[in-house]
Each structure stands twice: as C-alpha cells, then as structure tokens.
Design a binder for this molecule. Structure first.
Ligand code: AMP
Length: 629
C-alpha cells in the first residue's frame, strides 16, 4: 500500500474511505450515514449505526474462535501477582460485573466514575460500562480528591468504582478514603461506591451506599450487550485545558471503534494473536485506546502492567516483561526510558533477556529527545518510532504506517507524516499557511477523521472556543511546530498554558489557582521549565503581598504541599521563586508566552506591549540562579 496514494484517497474521498473502514468492523446495524455535521460545527461519524464496544472487544472474538487466547496478561511486580486471562474468561467477568451494575440500576447513558489502579478489575469495570451503554469516566489514580471532586461535579456519576488501594513502588495508597473525601467535597453525590478489596489494604465500608465488588455479583445474571448508536458516548476523559476546569473529552462508540481498529492494524502493524504492550495507565488516553479497547478489539493479547519502569524491582523490569510474554510491539512515553537509562546507563540489564520478539517500540506523549532516541535504538536494535497525538484525537495524527510495506523512515525530531484522514496544516497567527520549514500553529483541516472527540461533556461551546474558533475551518491542536519539504511534521511544544510532565498533560492555570490561594501570594505565574528526566517541570514565580515577610524556603514548602494535596503528586511542583514583579502588558495581562520562552531557553523578542522590559532579564537570572533551567 503506497502512503501517498492512500493519504490522497482519504483526503479526496473522505466519506468513501471511512465507509470502507467501517465495513471492516462488526455492527449490529450498519450505519447509513457516514459523516454528519453537528449544529455546533463539529462532525460525527456513523451516527445511526448500532454497535457495542465491549462486544467488539470480547464477544466478537469468542464467537470467532479466539476464546482460549489470552486477552490480558496482568503482570504486577508491585503486588507480586501475575494472571493470564483468556477472552472467554474476560468476557465472563465483564458480563457478570455488568449484570451487577445493572442490578444496581446502571443503564444506558448513565455515567460511572472509575478510580482504580492497574488491576484487571479496572478493565472489567470499563468494559462492563461499555456493555451496558453506560459512560465511564476514568480518573487517574494519582489525582487528589479535590481534582476527583471537580470531575464528579462535571460528570455527575451515578456510581463510583474503586479498589481499596493503589501501589506506588513499594508503598500502598489507600484509595477509599480519597474517594470518600472527593464525595464530601463534591456537590453531586453518587448513589453507590463499589469497592474491590485488595489483599494488602482493607477499605472501610463506612458510608451509606458502599458496596463490595464480589458481593454485588452474587446471584445476578450476566448482562447482554446493549446496542448503542455510533454517536453515543462511550466515555468521558478529562484532560487539562488552560483554565482550572479540566475538559471532559467525549469519545463516541462508532468512530472510536473504527479508528482504533484502523490504527492498530495500519499504524501499529498489529494483527490478531500478536502480543501488544501499551505501557501506560488506564487513567490516560493511551490506556483507554491502547491498553484496553484497541488491542482487545484487534484480537491481540495485551499486557496489563502494574509497576514502574524502575525499582519494581529494578530497571530491567520492562525487558523482563518483553521476554516473558514475547511482546511484539510496545508503546510508552520517552520519560520511562529516560528513567531506565538513569538507573542503568549502559542498559546492561537488557542483555539478561531475550528481546527477539520485539519488532519496534513506539513512543509518544512528549518530545523524544535525540539522546534517548539514540540510546534506545542502539540498545534494542529495533526501530524506535516517535508519533504524535492527543487525548482529544484518541489515536495518532502523525506516525509511520508500520502495517504497510515501506513505512516512512524515521526522521529525528519529527513525529513523522500525517496519517490518512488528518489534513495537517501549519498556520500563522492570521490563519494563513506558512512555508515549509517555517514554524506556526499546527492545525487540522475539518472534518477530523473518525474517533476524534467532537464534543466536550455538557459544554459544546467550550469545544468550539478551545479548538475551532482560533482558525475557522480548522481544529487547533494547541501545539506549535513546522512541516519539512517532504511533509514530515515537527512538534516543538505547546502554544498555550499546558505543560507536559513525564508525558502527563497539566494545566499551569490549574496550579496557579492553588498557588494564589496561599495567604502570602499576591500574584503568580506557573511555567514549565525544561527537565532532563521529566521533559518539563512546573516552577512558580511568586509576587508576595506588600509587607509579607515569609521566607522563600518556607513559602516553597507550603506551596509544594498545597499543590500536592489539591492537584496531586503527579504535578511534581517543587519549586517556587519569589520575584519582585511579573512581566505584563500595559493592560495588565501577564506575558505568559514570553515566560514560556524564557523557561524553554528559547530566544524571545521583547514585546512592544510590555510595561517594563527590565523585568525579563531579572526573572531569567533568578530562574538560572536557582538551577531551575
Ligand atoms: P495528552 O492529551 O495528555 O496525550 O497530551 C497531548 C500533548 O502531548 C500534545 O498536544 C503534545 O503537546 C504532546 N505530545 C504528544 N505526543 C508528542 C510527541 N510525540 N512529541 C512531542 N510532543 C508530543
């Protein structure tokens, strides 16, 4: 299959191209409409088709002779447990748990919040919701109760599904108290919390409506699949925007199923029976698309790993997993390999294992720096493939098509070429396309292909203002970068107030809200500075209230604690620098774009609107002196 031909085909004949792809999955009722324009300017796919995502992930394979194949290999160095779960067994567990949810009143269209560690029950929870046509919203286990509460109030879940604990390296973290606190903080009160009791921590079932995971399944009938429409939501996944309020990205059932099957086969080159490892967490989009739904819909055996790249028990754990399950292809964020390299610079531990099953490694989520790229490809001697996507898209936008003959070569610094369906353009501030090689805003001409979120939960206006308004006719990714003469895309970073810490997307605005609540803080700006290990780290620039005497060190300690408690440990907020003032426009707006450039050590032009230009070198020197850059 030639890339140019296929890419042009998808561009010139969009509906026919994706109608053809839709024919390759199993529908209860085939869609008659391929593309529908919504009344707020986005596009939905396969709106009137009927299907069920859990059916595609499980029943379909059992009906087609894959019942005895392993669906999930649960491997938990954290808990000292391993389990190989076949498609038959997973279907049985999901249908029974769906029956239990149904018995507790969960129906099609209800929302259910999932706050769980990487245990198979988490996948069971997601798929059981999908089976009933209920909409799940997974919240990453590292988020603090206040963040969970925001999501509870936005998604209004009828129920919360959780486990008694998660495990961070060798420490257990009790989840039930966090869920209870979140419910206390939230205005909306879910009717029930169903708790899976893990051996290492017993959760107290102390609230009305608390239910035990095992007990709720006793005596209930397994639930059949509820047909849903192609345009019905499968899940809500919150992601950081530029304000303190996260955005509830809504994924539909139809477009998602077609896109994931397409991506798994064509982009990732995976086929039924292959062993696939998405080394992430179900709390992130990668976990949704390429730990649970994608590999299962594609009939693969998927690794479900509960552990870290290091210290569980050592920096050889990834290599051990690859050997043990004969992993054919894996995906993770570059930060995981940076962590491994830090512990084992020569990669000596990798030589203990047979890694011959591995065909290639895919990385995404943050910039792949050249030294990590070289280290990894020299060590593994397989292609290391950078590719680019976002929570909103749910599947890659640029990547080599590994499932085709002659996939595009890797080019260092580039996340490769646009995938068919994504008409990627680089625009200047006025919406005009820039020349090849020139930097600008990376946008995608509408319509976006199937699978890409086309609404925000309960807030379509926010979808329009976040993605469609800046450049009419285009989806605005929020990333900056350029295209080379051969059509390769280079992502240079965000153009908004979103930073990327260890591949996790965080809003600096969200942290600023926490920091400015400190009684000594008059105003602040949180910016992301470059970090060798984590890509970026947040640093708070703080202006104290007049007459405030607090020491910088004490202020920092207090702010670090506040951000940890209110956003979560994943924010890695560790640095607060007291500054005399912040750079502002004459109309009083903080010049964040300039601060971002200073933090990234990029050249900046003094903006003509700046109120007092002398402040910039002052801040640069302060950040440098703290060793924060
Ligand atoms: P998330 O929605 O959390 O997956 O974050 C998406 C953002 O991560 C993108 O908008 C980019 O800023 C960044 N990102 C994802 N993949 C890459 C990549 N391969 N190279 C550089 N940045 C990336």
């Amino acid at each position: 299959m030639g890339y140019n031909h296929e890419y042009q085909l998808a561009l010139a004949n969009t509906e026919a191209y994706w109608a053809d792809q839709a024919d390759r999955i199993s529908w209860f009722k085939k869609p008659t409409k391929t593309l529908t324009k919504t009344d707020f300017g986005t596009y939905s796919w396969y709106a009137d088709g009927e299907l069920n995502s859990a059916y595609l992930a499980l029943d379909y394979h059992v009906e087609n002779g894959r019942g005895e194949q392993v669906a999930l290999y649960y491997d938990s160095p954290a808990a000292g447990k391993k389990e190989a779960i076949t498609y038959n067994q997973l279907l049985d567990r999901v249908a029974r748990f769906a029956g239990a949810l149904k018995a507790q009143g969960i129906e099609k269209g209800d929302t259910v919040l999932i706050y769980m560690p990487m245990i198979p029950e988490a996948a069971v929870a997601m798929l059981a919701c999908a089976r009933l046509g209920a909409i799940h919203s997974v919240v990453f286990g590292g988020f603090a109760p206040a963040e969970m509460a925001i999501r509870i109030d936005d998604a209004n879940p009828k129920m919360i599904l959780t486990a008694s604990c998660g495990i961070e390296f060798d420490k257990t973290i009790a989840y039930k108290p966090l869920v209870d606190k979140a419910i206390d903080l939230a205005e909306h009160k879910p009717e029930h919390t169903i708790v899976f009791q893990r051996a290492m921590v017993k959760a107290e079932m102390n609230r009305d409506g608390d239910l035990d995971w095992i007990e709720v399944q006793e005596g209930v009938d397994p639930a059949p699949c509820t047909p849903v429409k192609g345009s019905d939501p499968l899940y809500i996944l919150y992601t950081s925007g530029t304000t303190g309020q996260p955005k509830g990205i809504v994924r539909d059932n139809g477009g998602h199923a077609v896109a994931l099957s397409y991506a798994l086969n064509n982009v990732y080159g995976m086929h039924p029976g292959d062993v696939w490892w998405g080394a992430s967490d179900i709390g992130w989009v990668v976990g949704h698309s390429f730990i649970v739904y994608g590999p299962l819909m594609g009939g693969c055996s998927a690794i479900f790993f509960e552990g870290k790249p290091i210290k569980t028990p050592d920096a050889g754990t990834f290599w051990r997993v690859i050997e043990e399950y004969k992993v054919n292809s894996m995906f993770c964020a570059p930060t995981a390999f940076r962590a491994i390299r830090k512990e084992d610079p020569e990669g000596a531990l990798s030589h203990k294992y047979d890694l011959n099953s591995l065909k290639w490694v895919l990385v995404a989520g943050e910039k792949l720096d050249s030294s990590t790229y070289h280290w990894l490809s020299d060590l593994l001697k397989v292609p290391v493939i950078d590719h680019w996507w976002q929570t909103e898209t749910g599947w890659p936008m640029t990547a080599p098509m590994m499932g085709w003959d002659n996939p595009s070569e890797a080019r260092l610094g580039s996340t490769n070429k646009p995938i068919p369906g994504y008409d990627i353009r680089v625009l200047d501030g006025d919406g005009n396309e820039v020349e090849d090689g020139e930097a600008g805003n990376i946008c995608v001409k509408l319509p976006m292909p199937p699978g890409v979120a086309w609404s925000i939960w309960n807030n379509n206006d926010r979808y329009v203002s976040s993605y469609l308004e800046a450049f009419p006719g285009y989806y605005h990714t929020g990333d900056g970068g350029f295209k080379d003469d051969d059509g390769y895309i280079y992502i240079t970073g965000r153009t908004d107030d979103v930073i990327n810490v260890s591949g996790h997307r965080l809003s600096t605005g969200e942290m600023e809200e926490v920091v400015s609540a400190h009684p000594a803080v008059a105003e602040c700006a949180v910016i992301g500075v470059n970090d060798e290990l984590k890509g970026q780290l947040p640093v708070g620039l703080i202006v104290l209230k007049a007459g405030e005497q607090i020491e910088e060190e004490q202020l920092q300690t207090e702010l670090v604690k506040m951000v940890r408690e209110q956003v979560g440990a994943l924010a890695c907020f560790r640095s607060a620098i007291v500054v005399q003032r912040l750079p502002k426009t004459r109309s009083g707006k903080i010049l964040r774009a300039i601060l971002r450039k200073i933090a990234a050590k990029e050249q900046y032009k003094m903006p003509s609107t700046i109120d007092d230009a002398s402040i910039l070198p002052e801040i640069e020197a302060l950040i440098e002196a703290r060793g924060a850059i």
